[in-house]
Design a protein around this ligand. Structure first.
Ligand code: SF4
Length: 225
């Protein structure tokens, strides 16, 4: 349906006008992006930044050294990202996966077909769809839209989906109606995160200055009350 296409394009343009290009993902290398995708699970990005700085300070943005470090020592370094023991375990398991499947070579890993690599990543303990798709889009440049809690909340409030819409359903929708380009998928997700983090919070959203206010069903419901 063309109207969805136009609607999603309008939303994109409004967000881009408001926030400007986001330059995502924050990270200087594929490995840094992969680590960031795991570390950001369930926490704000500012926590991740401190953990990444610690890894940089310890010269650990390197697969060989990450493979060699003890899990407990890694956990200590990534403490600012919270759930640090669990996340250290996830990172170690992911690094072992990259070695066992791709001989520790990210260039080889990211030459795999999208679906094949996605299925493999999802089979790794601790890697769910959002983390896998963030790795695929932002580190691997694959054409896949990342869905997260912000995306679902914003589109629910705009009236585009149900509150309990599943990850895969929302992703199929975005794949169907958003211009299928890595550049656009990259920017669109980053813009939704910016809106979610700065305006569309779970409780007490800042609707007054929200760039999407004129589209928002949630806001019009509030105003009717
Ligand atoms: S108007 Fe309010 S509820 Fe609607 S998208 Fe913006 S911040 Fe969220």
């Amino acid at each position: 349906m063309d109207t969805y296409r136009e609607y999603l394009e309008n939303i994109y343009n409004l967000l881009l006008q408001h926030f400007g290009p986001r330059g995502w993902w924050p990270g200087d290398s594929q490995l840094e992006i992969i680590l960031g995708a795991v570390l950001t699970q369930a926490v704000a990005w500012k926590n991740v930044e401190k953990a990444i700085d610690n890894l940089k300070g310890a010269d650990l943005l390197n697969l060989t050294r990450l493979d060699a470090i003890k899990e407990d020592d890694l956990a200590d370094l990534i403490k600012p990202a919270l759930y640090h023991r669990q996340k250290a375990k996830k990172i170690k398991i992911l690094i072992t996966f990259i070695y066992s499947e791709y001989e520790g070579d990210l260039n080889v890993m990211f030459k795999s077909p999208l679906e094949e690599l996605r299925v493999k990543l999802l089979s790794v303990w601790g890697i769910g769809p959002e983390t896998a798709d963030s790795i695929l889009l932002y580190a691997g440049n694959y054409k896949i839209f990342v869905i997260d809690a912000y995306t679902l909340r914003i589109f629910y409030r705009l009236g585009l989906c149900k509150e309990d819409t599943a990850y895969s359903e929302m992703q199929d929708f975005m794949h169907k109606y958003v211009i299928p380009e890595v550049r656009i998928y990259n920017e669109y997700h980053a813009l939704l995160v910016a809106l979610g983090a700065n305006y569309c919070s779970k409780s007490r959203p800042r609707c007054n200055n929200c760039p999407l206010a004129k589209y928002c069903k949630y806001l019009s419901t509030l105003q009717e009350k």
